[in-house]
Design a protein around this ligand. Structure first.
Ligand code: GDP
Ligand code: MN
Length: 382
């Protein structure tokens, strides 16, 4: 789950990373009230699930109530690349001597955590990576050992920050690492990490992405519920407890098991099609789950054909076939469906499907043939 800045700062604060005093505001009046409380000057900041707010006019300094009201009024309702602002974060403004970049994320191929630190912060880090890759100092952290103070210090020195920032940066990076690990973040990024004129190092922005699989041990994440940036299809899938990821193509995919669902996405691409989604219905291929899956897939109006790819294991072929037949009794998809049913009791399953087959419901014996036909149907159906 991707968090907005103010939520990321709540996570930071919980683990002891220093952030400026501030609060959320939903109207210009509320923004002024927060500003009076935290003291001028303040920064008024758009809260959206997208970066580059500063450049888009979503981050403004204000020195008094009038300026705060003016900027809050302008930023509320602002459209930042498709994200309309309805929430502001107002915090006491900091004096900035230098802006740095710091982050932790997982390097899957190295099987280690990757820390990135740069003296060129504040700007888009992808731009720094492209134009001056040497300006980013990287550290790989063995998760069984953790980030040591010596390692952090060497890393900070490699990044060539202002020497006045060294101690403060080491402290905040060690804390950020704890926040990233104990807080179950997929990403914990501070951009800019600033050095103030009086030598303090602190986080002015927060970009945090949480690992949803760890939600069971973070009751405090409930505060973030309902604020995620999901598209309509993903919202519906979540409501129906389906493992769904929206993609851009025209072939809707339903498979049992994450591995098979991923292979199905690959095979559809391999035969020249474009997958509309990833959807794993797990072991439960009953009518209710199948109907829910079809409904979610069809909520995407780009979908032109549906490929149901089931390999029976513990779930037997006849259960799946009955599930599909019953689901089609409850929900009539506008797209044609291609089914590949294999594995345990596949023969019996196909016999159950047989009387229901038509040009709207096709059965194919192999994954490759089924993918080819689904892609062909997606291409020919208007
Ligand atoms: P982003 O553009 O979405 O990444 O938003 P940021 O929170 O990073 O803010 C963008 C820029 O606004 C920062 O790089 C700073 O230059 C500036 N800024 C943000 N907060 C403050 C502040 O408290 N004081 C000052 N002087 N500038 C700030
Ligand atoms: Mn930023």
């Amino acid at each position: 789950m991707d968090l907005m800045e103010y939520q990321g700062k709540q996570v930071f604060a919980r683990y002891g990373i220093e952030v400026s005093p501030g609060d959320v505001a939903r109207t210009a009046d509320e923004a002024v009230a927060v500003a009076q409380r935290v003291g001028y000057p303040v920064v008024v900041k758009a809260q959206v699930h997208i970066g580059g707010r500063g450049k888009a006019g979503g981050v403004k300094l204000a020195h008094d109530a009038e300026e705060t009201r003016f900027h809050a009024g302008n930023i509320l309702g602002l459209d930042i690349r498709g994200h309309v602002v309805s929430v502001l974060w107002v915090e006491h403004a900091s004096d900035i001597a230098e802006e740095y970049y710091a982050s932790f994320t997982l390097d899957r191929s190295a099987k280690k955590h990757l820390g990135m630190l740069s003296a060129q912060g504040g700007v888009d880090i992808e731009a720094v990576a492209a134009s001056a890759p040497d300006a980013i100092a990287r550290v790989w952290v063995d998760p069984t050992v953790g980030l040591t103070t010596e390692q952090a210090r060497a890393w900070v020195e490699a990044a060539r920050l202002n020497p006045a920032a060294t101690d403060g940066a080491v402290d905040i990076l060690l804390t950020l690492y704890r926040c990233y690990v104990d807080g179950d973040c997929d990403l914990a990024e501070i951009n800019p990490l600033i050095l103030t004129p009086d030598g303090q190092v602190k986080a002015l922005d927060a970009k945090v992405s949480l690992d949803d699989n760890a939600a069971f041990r973070h009751p405090e994440w409930e505060a973030f519920a309902g604020t995620e940036d999901l598209d309509e299809r993903e919202r519906l899938a979540k409501e129906k407890h389906l493992q769904y990821v929206g993609l851009d193509g025209t072939v809707g995919i339903i498979a049992n098991g994450a591995g098979l669902a991923m292979s199905t996405v690959d095979v559809v691409s391999q035969v020249g099609g474009t997958p509309a989604n990833f959807l794993d219905i797990g072991g439960g291929a009953n009518a209710a789950v199948m109907a829910a899956a079809l409904e979610v897939i069809e909520s995407d109006d780009k979908v032109r054909a549906i490929f149901i790819n089931i390999f029976g294991g513990i779930t037997r072929g006849e259960e799946v076939a009955n599930g599909i037949v019953q689901a089609l009794g409850r929900f009539t998809p506008r797209s044609p469906i291609v089914i590949r049913l294999d594995g345990t009791n596949a023969e019996e399953g196909r016999r159950i499907l047989e009387p229901h087959l038509s040009d709207r419901l096709v059965s194919q014996p192999t994954m490759l043939d089924a993918a080819r036909q689904a892609v062909a149907l997606a291409g020919t159906v208007a």
